[in-house]
Design a protein around this ligand. Structure first.
Ligand SMILES: [Zn+2]
Length: 226
């Protein structure tokens, strides 16, 4: 798989990711850098050989009274580039395993889960969070575009190896709805916020009811820019 597989590998934003304002003012430029997290293949060949600009901009209220003030990257590396060969594994250290187990426990203590209920983890990674549920008989579903998600599948979880969407969910369960949804450190990769997922807007609050009858438990510790 070579670099030519991914086009484009860079998108330049002309509007703010949150409010859509075009008033993006430069904050700092760190020059052209290699894309962190896009690893080389086993033979050592880099998938992405070029550097890309690392520029920070602000949605500038001094230029647009409706601008929201969000500080954000000028450019976007498309998710397909970032996740085709991923490196991070949720279960790789005890502190993260404990953290994810705590989120699953919070979900289980907050709502009544019964055998047959669907628990969806968006960005399930290696399945560590899914494996933390104690309720027996749950239908555990992970949706994740990365190659690491195949580890969750190997653990026996149902996995849709794709980006999250209503279509992706329905490919697994066409008629049913999730009872509980978790997402960990995912919103920072979204181009539009608040995200629209199958026509339903997520609100950024842990445990808030969604209008499709599930509860969302989200860890935003790394999502602060949104
Ligand atoms: Zn804005």
């Amino acid at each position: 798989m070579g670099a030519q597989t991914f086009k484009p590998i860079l998108v330049t934003r002309s509007t703010c990711r949150i409010c859509g304002s075009r008033a993006l003012s430069p904050v700092v430029s760190l020059g052209d850098q290699y894309i962190g997290g896009v690893l080389a293949s086993e033979d050592g060949e880099a998938f992405i050989k070029r550097r890309v600009p690392l520029d920070l901009v602000r949605c500038d209220p001094s230029k647009d009274e409706n601008a929201c003030g969000l500080v954000q990257m000028r450019h976007t590396v498309p998710p397909k580039v970032l996740y085709h060969k991923y490196y991070y594994q949720s279960g790789i250290n005890q502190s993260m395993r404990d953290n994810l187990a705590g989120i699953a426990a919070l979900a289980e203590s907050s709502i009544e889960l019964n055998p047959g209920d669907i628990a969806l983890d968006i960005g399930c990674n290696d399945g560590t969070l899914l494996s933390s549920y104690q309720t027996t008989g749950l239908r555990l579903l992970g949706i994740d575009p990365s190659d690491v998600a195949l580890m969750a599948r190997e653990k026996g979880f149902k996995v849709v190896n794709d980006f999250f969407s209503a279509r992706a969910f329905k490919s697994a369960y066409p008629e049913d709805k999730a009872r509980v949804i978790t997402q960990i450190s995912m919103f920072y990769d979204l181009e539009d916020s608040p995200c629209v997922c199958g026509g339903h807007r997520f609100q950024f609050a842990g445990g808030r009811d969604l209008d499709f009858g599930a509860k969302l438990f989200a860890d935003h510790a790394q999502d602060e820019q949104f």
